[in-house]
Design a protein around this ligand. Structure first.
Ligand SMILES: [Zn+2]
Length: 254
């Protein structure tokens, strides 16, 4: 896959080459546009590992396992519904929680952990402009959330999911400063969009194979209904959802 540093080096080599052969200014303009396009796409697609090496899937996994992940909770109304379903199907999942939501729902956060699921950091505020904030602010978003997780549960979180899957050099620095492992996904459900439940379920089922990480949100009834269909599909296809740490055999907590 393309990497930010590789693209920068290639671009620099081409700039030097253009100077040697004295090309018109348009060549530089085109080169900049190509660099900008690749960098924009790489920053928005976590699976590219363009800026940050994220764990996005584990197709080497020995068992018939996948990982269902939930972002943006805990949510007082929907997280309990998700937990009930996971209990009925006796499977485990990973919840990437927003710091301010953990502060508002500490009991629910502890319940997620006590029922055998894994929790991770998903920033404190989940700012819409997360891709544009300074390194210092990225670090603050990550550190504050880790502090709340520790205060509420006693756990030191090691895994992090970038909001919207956005990465850039500042987010990379923030992740490294706080000492977190970025977790991406291989199947994005788009459960927060206006797509219908059936369209989403069909799209997931078409792609799903062992080792996949599925991105859902514990923030709406639609997501809960999608989860129910998905859990039934997993059972029928002898697949099991396990936590991220189990899928990759890593530690979720320090
Ligand atoms: Zn999110």
């Amino acid at each position: 896959m393309l990497k930010f540093n590789t693209i920068n080096i290639l671009t620099l080599i081409l700039v030097v080459f253009f100077q040697l052969i004295s090309v018109s200014i348009w060549f530089y303009g085109c080169l900049f546009l190509v660099w900008l396009t690749i960098t924009s796409i790489g920053s928005l697609h976590i699976r590219w590992n363009y800026h940050v090496n994220s764990l996005n899937s584990n197709y080497e996994v020995a068992q018939n396992e996948v990982s269902i992940t939930f972002d943006d909770g805990p949510h007082a109304e929907f997280t309990p519904k998700v937990l009930e379903l996971l209990k009925v199907y006796n499977v485990k999942a990973t919840f990437f929680c927003i710091g301010k939501h953990i502060e508002s729902n500490p009991e629910l956060f502890r319940r997620i952990i006590s029922e055998g699921h894994t929790v991770g950091n998903h920033t404190f505020n989940h700012k819409n402009n997360f891709g544009f904030i300074k390194t210092k602010e990225v670090v603050r978003e990550l550190e504050t959330t880790n502090e709340i997780i520790e205060k509420v549960s006693g756990l030191k979180a090691k895994i992090f999911r970038p909001p919207f899957g956005v990465t850039n050099p500042r987010i990379k620095k923030g992740i490294n400063t706080v000492g977190l492992q970025s977790i991406g996904w291989s199947i994005r459900s788009f459960d927060t969009t206006s797509k219908s439940k059936n369209t989403i379920v069909k799209s997931i089922e078409k792609k799903l194979q062992k080792g996949d990480i599925v991105l859902l949100h514990d923030t709406s009834d639609k997501s809960v209904e999608i989860l129910e269909q998905l859990l039934l599909f997993l059972k029928q296809n002898k697949l099991e959802s396990v936590t991220i740490d189990s899928l990759f055999n890593i530690k979720a907590y320090a």
